[in-house]
Write a protein that binds this ligand. Structure first.
Ligand code: ZN
Length: 394
C-alpha cells in the first residue's frame, strides 16, 4: 500500500476558512489524503514513510490555470516530453496541478497542442499534473491582442471548438464576449463542460456583465488586455471588481500589474475571488535572452521583463512561489488569509473543489511544503514526493 505521513508542519485546518494554521499530521494513502490529525501526533504506522515538515507550512499544492510554458518548453511545441519537463519544473515551484495554455494559432497547431496534452495526461506525470487545457484565444478581440498573434485571431467557430474538445480535455477557453458569435460559442462551451473566461476583450462594462450573466466565470489576467476602469465607463475591469460571480486571474509578477492595483483587486475580490496565475512562457527558469512565443520573438531583459520587439508585454517568467511572495508583499495579508489564492480558489474556479485545494480527508494528496521565507522545500503530487530540496542539496 502506497502511504505517506507528512509530519511536523502547520497547515490550514481542514474545515476553517481563515484561521490560524494548525499543527499536525497528514496521512496519505495512494493518491489521497485519508486522515488529518491535529490533536496529538495521530497513529503513524511504523512502516509508513515520513515526510518531515518540521518548521514548514504545508499548503494544498499550487494550481496554475494559465501557463504557456517554462524551462525552455512551450505548450504549443505539442511535445509530450516537453510537457514532462514542464511538469518537473513546476513541481520545483510548488505547483501540483496546471492547465497547459495555448496561444492564438492556426487550427492545426491548436489541435496538435491539445492532442499532446491528452497523451501526456494518460501517464503518471513526473511532477505537476495537467488538469486539462486552457485555450487562450483564438476568438479574442484584435483590439486587445496583447502578445497574441493578431493574424490568427478569428471569429468564433463552433466546429473548431467541437473538434478541439473532441481531441482532448479542454477545460477553459478565454474569449472576447463582445465579438459576433461569442454568445453562441459560450453556450456551446458551457454545455461541453468548458469554463468560459473573458479576456483579450474590448467589451464594455455592460457587455462584460452580460457575459457573466451568461456564465462566464473567470477573467483572464485581470487588468491586462481588457478595457480598464474609468469612473463613467467601468469597463471589463469594473465588471470584474464589481461582480462576485466572476473569479479574477492575476499575474503577480509586479510588472503586468502595479502592486497597488494588485492590492485593489485583492480588496475587491478577497481571497475567495482572486487566483494567481503565472502566464509564464518558455523563458521562465531560463537565462535572459531571446525566446519564441506564438512564432514571435520575445526578448527577456536582465530584469526579467518579457517583451515583443514593439514593446508589448509578452507573458511572464514568474513562478507561483515567487508570485505568492509578491502578492503577500502587495496586499500585506498574512499567509493565513492569502493562501487560497494559489490553490483553493483556482480549484473552485475550475469546479474542482471537493477534489483538490484543501488539506482535508478525501482530497487529493497534492501538497507543498514551504519554509519560513516561503521557498519551496518539497512537493507532493498524488501522495508521491516529486520534489524535495533536501534530497538535492550537496
Ligand atoms: Zn493573454
Amino acid at each position: 500500500m502506497d502511504t505517506l505521513a507528512v509530519c511536523g508542519g502547520r497547515f490550514p485546518a481542514p474545515d476553517a476558512e481563515s484561521a490560524p494554521f494548525v499543527a499536525g499530521t497528514i496521512l496519505c494513502r495512494e493518491a489521497w489524503i485519508r486522515e488529518v490529525h491535529t490533536q496529538g501526533p495521530g497513529a503513524v504506522a511504523e512502516e509508513t514513510p515520513v515526510l518531515d515538515a518540521t518548521g514548514c507550512v504545508v499548503l494544498p499544492g499550487f494550481v496554475d490555470v494559465h501557463i504557456h510554458g517554462s524551462a525552455g518548453v512551450d505548450v504549443m511545441d505539442a511535445s509530450r516530453t516537453g510537457l514532462a519537463r514542464l511538469s518537473r519544473f513546476l513541481a520545483r515551484h510548488g505547483v501540483t496541478g496546471f492547465l497547459p495554455t495555448t496561444i492564438t494559432a492556426p487550427p492545426e497547431a491548436l489541435l496538435a497542442a491539445v492532442e499532446a496534452v491528452a497523451r501526456f495526461m494518460e501517464a503518471e506525470p513526473p511532477g505537476a499534473r495537467a488538469l486539462g487545457v486552457h485555450l487562450e484565444g483564438p476568438y479574442i478581440s484584435p483590439r486587445y491582442p496583447g502578445a497574441q498573434p493578431v493574424e490568427h485571431i478569428r471569429r468564433p467557430d463552433p466546429r473548431e471548438l467541437a473538434a478541439l474538445a473532441a481531441a482532448g480535455p479542454v477545460r477553459l477557453i478565454t474569449l472576447a464576449p463582445e465579438v459576433p458569435g461569442a454568445h453562441g460559442l459560450m453556450a456551446q462551451a458551457l454545455e461541453a463542460g468548458i469554463g468560459v473566461v473573458i479576456g483579450h476583450t474590448a467589451a464594455t462594462y455592460e457587455e462584460a456583465q452580460e457575459a457573466i450573466r451568461r456564465g462566464a466565470s473567470q477573467a483572464t489576467h485581470t487588468f491586462n488586455a481588457m478595457t480598464g476602469l474609468h469612473h463613467r465607463r467601468p469597463g471589463v475591469v469594473g465588471a470584474v471588481l464589481h461582480n462576485d460571480a466572476i473569479y479574477a486571474q492575476l499575474i503577480p509578477d509586479t510588472v503586468h500589474v502595479h502592486p497597488a492595483a494588485m492590492d485593489i483587486l485583492a480588496r475587491c475580490k478577497g481571497p475567495q475571488g482572486t487566483l494567481l496565475i503565472t502566464d509564464a512562457i518558455r523563458a521562465a527558469g531560463m537565462p535572459p535572452g531571446t525566446y519564441e512565443l506564438g512564432g514571435q520573438e520575445v526578448v527577456v531583459s536582465p530584469e526579467g521583463v518579457c517583451r515583443l520587439p514593439d514593446g508589448t508585454l509578452a507573458g511572464s517568467i514568474v513562478t507561483m512561489d515567487q508570485g505568492l511572495r509578491h502578492f503577500l508583499a502587495a496586499t500585506g495579508w498574512p499567509l493565513e488569509r492569502a493562501w487560497p489564492v494559489t490553490s483553493r480558489t483556482p480549484a473552485q474556479a475550475l469546479g474542482m473543489d471537493g477534489v483538490i485545494g484543501r488539506v482535508a480527508p478525501g482530497y487529493r494528496a497534492d501538497l507543498v511544503l514551504l519554509d519560513a521565507h516561503l521557498e519551496v522545500v518539497a512537493t507532493v503530487v498524488g501522495g508521491q514526493v516529486v520534489f524535495d530540496r533536501r534530497q538535492e542539496a550537496g
